[in-house]
Design a protein around this ligand. Structure first.
Ligand code: C2E
Ligand code: MG
Ligand code: MG
Ligand code: MG
Length: 284
């Protein structure tokens, strides 16, 4: 690329590309030590019922508190963790940490419908043959029932490894652990696997939610996803709700659940505890 555009351009671009590569290299080596150095954190974002505004559960979202670079968002290190294989250990750490926290919340805020926990799983992790043994161990250690745990995967996971994934779905089903399809609508969107795999929840990607009132086509897509999910008996969570009108729009279309900055940004466990307490009308 640089050659085709002449030498001058090459010289302009090279230093910054070099810096980028160096930064990446640093992140990569630091990431390996982040778990033992206890630099990873789990943030939580509420998932809310659009019908009655109640708190259905939380999604666990990892953060990295880097000693020099501060709080690093997952988009900057999850891809690196996936490349290097560290993602399996990272996902497992998040699962353990978040299950422990949910177990505490369920104890602290007993309710007729206990809170659920959604955890993001990379494809590398989801396809592991001993995945359910690992989950069993964590559920056992944290005294949490499988029915309150949901795993979020993306469409690509289903396509890359359909055979082993089908087996894992079966094992998860025996434990009442539900699987959610994250970022729905952004991937291959082959609808055949909605029949093939027992998915419980579709999470409509926020790109459809953000232009909902401006772009008629987005409203049509959301309407279609909702109708299809209803037909298949699958629940729907709309991601990335930022405004009152988006929330009302989705509610009027019959979308059951929502998540987004309008309700709350992802927050640390302490802030989430206060938020749950206020939802239940309790003091902490
Ligand atoms: P995701 O699972 O689709 O999570 C939703 C993302 O949207 C989160 O970004 C959340 O902070 C953001 N979000 C929520 N509401 C709004 C909104 O109203 N507006 C906007 N603009 N954004 C909103 P976050 O926390 O930066 O995470 C990014 C992605 O990183 C996640 O997307 C997920 O794919 C991945 N990720 C996060 N934690 C983990 C983890 O523990 N393991 C794995 N494998 N992936 C993770
Ligand atoms: Mg997710
Ligand atoms: Mg998503
Ligand atoms: Mg995502």
């Amino acid at each position: 690329y640089a050659k085709a555009h002449g030498k001058a351009r090459h010289e302009v671009f090279a230093p910054s590309m070099h810096a980028q590569a160096l930064k990446q290299l640093h992140i990569e080596s630091d990431l390996w030590r982040s778990i033992e150095r206890q630099e990873l954190l789990v943030y939580y974002q509420p998932i809310i019922s659009l019908t009655n505004n109640s708190l259905k559960g939380v999604e666990a979202l990892v953060r990295w508190q880097h000693p020099e670079q501060g709080l690093i968002p997952p988009d900057e290190f999850i891809p690196i963790a996936e490349e290097t294989g560290l993602i399996v250990a990272l996902d497992r750490w998040v699962l353990q940490e978040a299950c422990q926290q949910l177990s505490l919340w369920q104890e602290q805020f007993p309710s007729v419908t206990p809170l659920t926990l959604s955890v993001n799983f990379s494809g590398k992790h989801f396809a592991k043959p001993d995945l359910t043994e690992e989950i069993d161990l964590i559920l056992d250690q944290t005294s949490l029932k499988g029915e309150y745990l949901k795993l979020e995967i993306t469409e690509s996971v289903l396509i890359q490894n359909p055979e082993s994934v089908a087996e894992i779905f079966q094992l998860l089903r025996e434990r009442k652990i539900e699987v959610c399809l994250d970022d729905f609508g952004t991937g291959y969107s082959s609808l055949s696997y909605l029949h093939r795999f027992p998915l419980s929840i579709l999470k409509i990607d926020r790109s459809f939610v953000s232009n909902l009132e401006i772009q008629d086509s987005n409203a049509a897509i959301v309407r279609t996803i909702l109708a299809m999910a209803d037909e298949l008996g699958i629940g729907v969570v709309a991601e990335g709700i930022e405004t009152t009108s988006q929330m009302l729009f989705l509610k009027n279309l019959g979308c059951q659940w929502g998540q987004g900055y309008w309700f709350s940004r992802p927050v640390d466990s302490e802030t989430m505890t206060a938020l749950i307490a206020s939802k239940y009308g309790m003091a902490v």
